[in-house]
Write a protein that binds this ligand. Structure first.
Ligand code: PPE
Length: 308
């Protein structure tokens, strides 16, 4: 679905009209993938919209920039304030928030250093990433023939624009084959991530997710779910997963800012558990949605309210 324009986008310190938020065709990042970004969501709460784990997302943005030797010309506090302001001025009850730091126009060639650093923050309304039906009944996933990025090739801990060509190849392959999402293995054949999600399985009542060093993005939803599951009394372990662990799991689900907590009902045509949303997935999903909407006191600290 095409995104619905909003009023304003934050660009290099100023709010500009949606239609004016444009870049030149010789923008360095457009040619060489030299950008880092974040994906954040704001949810409606009893006190108006609140951005979920804003500080953690902005911290990860600075880590991505650090990996790519990019100096962000604003402080983390300024980036947080600008994110809140962009949500506020557009008047949306809930939305996705996309800060982007990229090499702009003025220089071409593979040396990125001379290209100036530009910063933008856009917001838009974004519904369920893998569809409403998948949130309830589960997504159908396929192991990709495309391997996930390796630490010494393109560091999976960075959320960099160019790295997503890897995800796009895997996503297209899965969609063309009739699946909703791809799951990528690393060069050892271990499970890493979906194209834009971390992965959990439930086995004998415990939650298992691959250790980050396997090549996962250090997901903030992953971290939230680990905390929520622990608080609900479940054992949570980081453990290397092989593809057959997915085939034989009692339950499986994706986590991500865009994907939220989304059950996986099938992997490579094998039904996972009951071939739908499992009971533990359902409980964690419900708790997650209550937390982001400000309905659970112990998780209030994760919210940054847009209207103080
Ligand atoms: N792994 C990958 C590869 C990934 O891109 C994401 C986020 C995650 C895990 C989950 O991380 P977190 O959002 O912090 O829980 N993917 C973002 C981009 C989606 C897009 O299509 O764009 C997101 O969910 O915002």
């Amino acid at each position: 679905m095409p995104i619905e324009p909003v009023a304003k986008i934050w660009m290099d310190g100023k709010l500009v009209d949606w239609a004016d938020a444009r870049v030149h065709v010789l923008t360095h990042a457009l040619h060489y993938g030299t950008g880092v970004f974040e994906g954040i969501r704001a949810y409606g709460t009893g006190r108006g919209p609140a951005i979920f784990r804003l500080e953690d997302h902005i911290r990860r943005l600075y880590r991505s920039a650090q990996i790519y030797l990019m100096e962000i010309p604003y402080s983390p506090d300024e980036m947080m304030e600008a994110s809140l302001e962009t949500v506020r001025v557009n008047g949306l009850k809930s939305c996705y928030v996309r800060p982007l730091v990229y090499r702009g126009e003025g220089e071409m060639g593979l040396n990125p250093f001379p290209a100036p650093i530009a910063v933008s923050i856009a917001v838009w309304a974004w519904g369920p990433y893998l569809g409403e039906d998948a949130l309830e009944n589960g997504a159908r996933a396929k192991i990709s023939s495309w391997k996930r990025l390796d630490h010494n090739m393109l560091p999976p801990f960075a959320k960099a624009t160019g790295q997503y060509a890897n995800s796009a190849l895997a996503k297209m392959e899965a969609l063309k084959a009739g699946y909703d999402e791809a799951i990528m293995l690393n060069h050892h054949g271990h499970v890493t991530d979906g194209t834009g999600e971390n992965i959990f399985i439930v086995q004998d009542g415990a939650l298992l997710t691959p250790p980050l060093a396997e090549g996962c993005l250090p997901g903030i939803t992953r971290d939230s779910v680990m905390k929520i599951a622990g608080d609900l009394g479940y054992e949570v372990r980081e453990r290397t997963l092989a593809r057959a662990d997915l085939y034989t799991a009692d339950e499986a689900f994706f986590t991500g800012t865009a994907a939220e907590v989304c059950p996986i009902r099938e992997v490579d045509d094998r039904p996972v558990g009951s071939n739908g949303r499992g009971p533990i997935t359902k409980e964690i999903q419900a708790t997650f949605f209550a937390a982001v909407r400000g309905e659970i006191d112990r998780y209030q600290g994760w919210l940054s309210h847009v209207n103080p």
